[in-house]
Write a protein that binds this ligand. Structure first.
Ligand code: AP5
Length: 240
């Protein structure tokens, strides 16, 4: 009997590189990428009342209330593709109550990854981030520039990344978007709560990854941890 598919959670401050690493992890391991932020942005785009409420919180860098987020994530994790192929949950849980809710529904991660990146680097990453609305791919003007002029011309910025479309990095650092600072504050407050909860679970391994390196090097660290975990599951099924 093959071991059950992998279940992974990835956590980190805004712009620590979660989405970027998720692209690389899913390419290699075929897990279903479920991003709480993407689910919320889709809800906003649908024009629903929940989407309207979510946007109010996201604009001010606050966590969206659990009443909206928890069921959204639970429903997505319960879909057949995630059950069959395994999942990579990005940006959830962000508080111990969210972690507890998921445990209550029977979703236990095998691995909890925390990306650690110094705050000054996070600022530069947010300011330079661009998204391709056609492919969904994440770019950075300096670190991951678009491959063609055509892609460059259609790139967009996320509504919560920056208030003013100022183009000079130093200027933005100086009067840097309050939204991003608030998102950082919320993250720092919650991450230690969530970590200590997963540390207590026998079948969940927690690892901290240094995210202040080129994305390929960050992925090499994650890849090594995943390969080791898979090898252990194959040779010692009792570890599951
Ligand atoms: P969410 O969409 O999850 O945003 P976030 O946590 O703020 O994280 P980001 O998506 O901004 O960054 P990322 O870590 O994915 O970095 P990326 O790979 O893009 O959440 C948004 C909001 O939704 C929250 O503020 C909250 O309001 C709400 N929300 C979400 N989940 C919730 C929950 N569970 N409960 C309640 N509310 C919730 O990289 C950033 C940039 O850096 C890119 O340009 C990239 O190209 C570049 N980059 C990445 N890696 C590297 C590298 N190694 N070197 C150089 N550049 C790099």
């Amino acid at each position: 009997v093959p071991p059950p598919p992998l279940k992974i959670m990835i956590s980190g401050a805004p712009a620590s590189g979660k989405g970027t690493q998720c692209e690389l992890i899913t390419q290699k391991y075929g897990l279903v990428h479920i991003s709480a932020g993407d689910l919320l942005r889709a809800e906003i785009a649908s024009g629903s009342e929940n989407g309207r409420l979510a946007k109010e919180h996201m604009e001010t860098g606050q966590l969206v209330p659990n009443e909206i987020v928890v069921m959204m994530v639970k429903d997505r994790l319960s879909q057949t593709d995630a059950e069959q192929n395994g999942w990579l949950l990005d940006g959830y849980p962000r508080s111990s109550s969210q972690a507890t809710a998921l445990q209550g529904f029977g979703f236990h991660p095998d691995l909890f990854i925390v990306l650690e990146v110094p705050e000054d680097i996070l600022v530069e990453r947010v300011v330079g981030r661009r998204l391709d609305p056609v492919t969904g791919k994440i770019y950075h003007l300096k670190y991951s520039p678009p491959e063609t002029e055509e892609i460059a011309a259609r790139l967009t910025q996320r509504f919560d990344d920056t208030e003013e479309k100022a183009s000079q990095y130093l200027y933005i650092c100086f009067c840097f978007s309050r939204k991003v600072k608030l998102r950082l504050k919320t993250h720092n407050h919650n991450v230690s709560d969530v970590l200590s909860m997963y540390d207590d679970l026998i079948h969940t391994l927690s690892i901290s990854i240094k995210g202040n390196r080129p994305k390929e090097e960050v992925f090499t660290q994650i890849d090594a941890a995943l390969s080791e975990m898979l090898q252990q599951r194959n040779t010692d099924p009792s570890s599951l």
